[in-house]
Design a protein around this ligand. Structure first.
Ligand SMILES: [Zn+2]
Length: 53
């Protein structure tokens, strides 16, 4: 069996990373945003979402 350069989990994590800050925590994949909650709040206005008050 060949040794893989990347484990599937790592590759999957990389795919899920926030496209702004590259974190894996709290990344929202809904609506194809692919950004974390923190960046979501920052980008919410630009993306046309309203902040949750
Ligand atoms: Zn982020």
């Amino acid at each position: 069996m060949k040794r893989q350069t990347e484990r599937p989990m790592v590759a999957a994590k990389r795919k899920r990373a926030c496209r702004y800050c590259r974190t894996y925590r709290g990344v929202i994949r809904k609506y194809g945003l692919m950004i974390c909650r923190r960046c979501f709040v920052e980008q919410a206005g630009a993306l046309g979402f309203k902040k949750y008050e």
